[in-house]
Design a protein around this ligand. Structure first.
Ligand code: BES
Ligand code: MN
Ligand code: ZN
Length: 495
C-alpha cells in the first residue's frame, strides 16, 4: 500500500522525487493555483512562462511536467489543471486532479502535493484522490510486470491545516484501502474468486478488522429456505454462499443493513448472454465487494452505528442442473417467483438477502448491485442510480454521494410498473419488459423490504467497472464504486 503523510514544510524544500502543483485557466491565461507560491518563488518568475511554453492551459486533469534543474529539492514539478480559476475549488475537482497527477507519476517513488488545502474538505479530497490514483492490479502479471510502472509508493500532502490534518488523512487512508480492496476483488478473475473464495476474503477481512462473521454454506442455505440464492447457484459446480458480517458500534442508536450483489460470474445462465462483452461479467460482484470493503472501513473507523452486512454470492452458469426459464423458486419469506429469464439473477439472490436483513428490523437497508444493463442506458457508465421506498432517504443517499465525490442520481419506482412483474402461475416473474428495466428490477427488490424499513437501492452496473481509459483517480477495471458513498452515509447516520 502507498503511504501518505502530511507536512507543513515549504514545497520548495520538501523531500520528494516529484512535486505536484495546481494550475488554472485565468481570464488572461494560465495562473498558478494556491499552494504553489513557494515553488514559484524558487523558480524566480520562470515557472509560469515555462508551463505556458510547454502547452499547459489549466484544463481539468491536464498534466504538464517541468524539470526543476535544482530550483526545488524535487527534480520534477508536475502541474495539474484545476479548470477555471475560482475562489475555492470543488472537492471532486481536487480529488480528480490529485489522482490524475499521481497516476501520471507511476514509476516515481515519492511525490509531494502542494495543491490548495484551504479547508479539511479540500485536504480530504487531495489525500483520497492521490491514494486512489496510486493503484495497479498486478497479481496476474509475470513476464509483463516490468513493462508496467509501479504506483507511487510514498505521498506527502503539504498543508497549513496543522494538527487538524492528521485525522483527515487517516480517514482518507482507511477509505482508500477499502476502495482498493473492492477494486482488487472486482479485478480478480472469476476462476480464482468463486463464491467460496469471495466468502473467504470476507471472513479474512472481518477477522483482520474485528467484525463478527458467519458464512452460510449450501446446507445452511437450504435450512434457511434461501430459494433465490440456491436457485441461481444450482447451475454451477461452485456452490453459493451467504456471508453475514456484523459491526456493533459503541453507543450506537441506529441499525443499518448493507446488502451487496455477489455474482462471481454472470454468464446469464440458460438465458445465456452473447459472447461479446461477457468477460466484463466478472465484475458482477461489484456490489458485494463494495459492501465487504465498506464493512472493513466501518470497523477501522469505529463508527458509532450498528451495521449488519448480508452478502449473497453465487455463480450464474448454464448446465444440466441450472434453473430454466419457467422454473418457480420459493424465496426466503415464502414469495414464489417464476423465473422468466435466468439472466435476471441478481434480484433473485438480493431478494433473499434483503428479506433476511429485514428480519432483524434495521432502521435502514442499503443495497448495491450491478443489477441492470438498463442502468447504463439510462445514466451512462459513470452515474449510479438510487431508488428508494422513501424520498427523504433517497435524497440523503444522493447527497452523501455528492460529498463523497461519487456521481449518483435519484430514480423513481413508479407503482404502475409493478404489474409488469405479475405472473400467470406464481406471485411474480423476475423480469419485466425492456423499457424501464432498471425500475422494474428495483420494484422487484422492493417486494422483499419489510414495512417500516427505509430502503435504498444503488444500481452500480456501469460505475463499478470502467471498461474505458483511466481518468482522474479512476483506473481501468474495478473502481470501488459505492464504497465512499456508503462510508459517508454511515458516518452521517451515526450522527
Ligand atoms: N449483471 C447484469 C447487469 C449488468 C449489465 C451489469 C451490464 C453490468 C453491465 C444482470 O444480471 C443482467 O444480466 N441483467 C439483465 C436483466 C434482464 C434479463 C431483465 C440485463 O440488464 O440485460
Ligand atoms: Mn444477469
Ligand atoms: Zn448479473
Amino acid at each position: 500500500m502507498t503511504s501518505i503523510s502530511v507536512s507543513s514544510s515549504s514545497a520548495a524544500t520538501v523531500k520528494a522525487d516529484a512535486l505536484v502543483i495546481g494550475v488554472v485557466k485565468g481570464p488572461k491565461g494560465l495562473v498558478l493555483a494556491p499552494g504553489s507560491d513557494d515553488v514559484a518563488k524558487a523558480f524566480g518568475k520562470g515557472l509560469l512562462p515555462a508551463l505556458t511554453g510547454l502547452g499547459a492551459t489549466g484544463k481539468a486533469d491536464e498534466v504538464t511536467r517541468v524539470a526543476t534543474l535544482g530550483a526545488t529539492k524535487a527534480a520534477v514539478v508536475v502541474a495539474v489543471g484545476l479548470g477555471n480559476q475560482a475562489k475555492a475549488y470543488d472537492a471532486e475537482v481536487l480529488r480528480r486532479a490529485a489522482g490524475s497527477a499521481v497516476r501520471a507519476l507511476a514509476g516515481t517513488t515519492s511525490v509531494a502535493l502542494a495543491l490548495p488545502t484551504g479547508d479539511a474538505a479540500s485536504l480530504r479530497a487531495i489525500a483520497e484522490g492521490s491514494l486512489l490514483g496510486a493503484y495497479a492490479f498486478t497479481t496476474y502479471r509475470t513476464t509483463s510486470l516490468a513493462d508496467h510502472k509501479a504506483p507511487v509508493a510514498a505521498l506527502t500532502v503539504i498543508t497549513g491545516l496543522g494538527r487538524d490534518a492528521k485525522p483527515v488523512v487517516r480517514r482518507a487512508e482507511v477509505v482508500a484501502a477499502a476502495v482498493k480492496l473492492a477494486r482488487d476483488l472486482v479485478n480478480t478473475p472469476p476462476s480464482d474468486l468463486h463464491p467460496i473464495e469471495l466468502a473467504a476474503v470476507a471472513a479474512d477481512t472481518a477477522q483482520r478488522v474485528g467484525l463478527t462473521v458467519e458464512v452460510l454454506d449450501e446446507k445452511a442455505l437450504k435450512k434457511g429456505a434461501f430459494g433465490g440464492i440456491l436457485g441461481v447457484g444450482q447451475g454451477s459446480a461452485n456452490p453459493p454462499r451467504l456471508v453475514h458480517l456484523s459491526h456493533k458500534g459503541k453507543g450506537a442508536k441506529t441499525k443499518v443493513a448493507l446488502v451487496g450483489k455477489g455474482i462471481t460470474f454472470d454468464s446469464g445462465g440458460i438465458s445465456i448472454k452473447p459472447a461479446a462483452g461477457m468477460e466484463d461479467m466478472k465484475s458482477d460482484m461489484g456490489g458485494a465487494a463494495a459492501v465487504i470493503a465498506t464493512m472493513s472501513a466501518v470497523a477501522e473507523l469505529g463508527l458509532a452505528i450498528d451495521v449488519e452486512a448480508w452478502v449473497p454470492m453465487a455463480e450464474n452458469m448454464p448446465s444440466g442442473t441450472a434453473i430454466r426459464p419457467s422454473d418457480v423458486l420459493t424465496m426466503r419469506g415464502g414469495t414464489k417467483v417464476e423465473v422468466n429469464n435466468t439472466d435476471a439473477e441478481g434480484r433473485l439472490i438480493l431478494g433473499d438477502a434483503i428479506a433476511r436483513a429485514c428480519e432483524d428490523s434495521p432502521d435502514y437497508v442499503l443495497d448495491a448491485a450491478t443489477l441492470t444493463g438498463a442502468q447504463l442506458v439510462a445514466l451512462g457508465a459513470r452515474t449510479s442510480a438510487v431508488m428508494s421506498n422513501d424520498d427523504g432517504f433517497r435524497e440523503q443517499v444522493v447527497s452523501a454521494a455528492g460529498v463523497a465525490g461519487e456521481a449518483m442520481w435519484g430514480m423513481p419506482l413508479p407503482a404502475d410498473l409493478r404489474s409488469a412483474l405479475d405472473s400467470e402461475v406464481a406471485d411474480m416473474v423476475n423480469t419485466g419488459p425492456r423499457d424501464g428495466g432498471m425500475l422494474t428490477a428495483g420494484l422487484f427488490l422492493k417486494e422483499f423490504v419489510a414495512d417500516g424499513v427505509k430502503w435504498s437501492h444503488l444500481d452500480i452496473a456501469g460505475p463499478a467497472y470502467n471498461t474505458g481509459a483511466p481518468y482522474g483517480y479512476t483506473h481501468t477495471g474495478g473502481t470501488g464504486a459505492a464504497v465512499r458513498t456508503f462510508v459517508q452515509l454511515l458516518e452521517e447516520l451515526a450522527g
